[in-house]
Design a protein around this ligand. Structure first.
Ligand SMILES: [Zn+2]
Length: 60
């Protein structure tokens, strides 16, 4: 999975993000993963539902 806007690959960052988010909060997690662009941060801050919808769309 990639950022919808800039195409940065982010799928491999999800597990780490979820872990860091629980420990330190979403903003700090994004900083530590070096997700600096607003478009990418938006993907992580959005709902998981959105990702699932996109996944379904790809398979359609
Ligand atoms: Zn992006």
């Amino acid at each position: 999975m990639r950022c919808f806007t800039c195409g940065k690959p982010i799928a491999h960052l999800w597990e780490e993000f979820k872990k860091l988010k629980q420990e330190k909060g979403a903003k700090q997690a994004l900083d530590e993963l070096k997700i600096e662009r607003y478009c990418c941060r938006g993907v992580f801050l959005g709902h998981v539902d959105l990702i699932e919808i996109v996944g379904r769309y790809k398979h359609a």
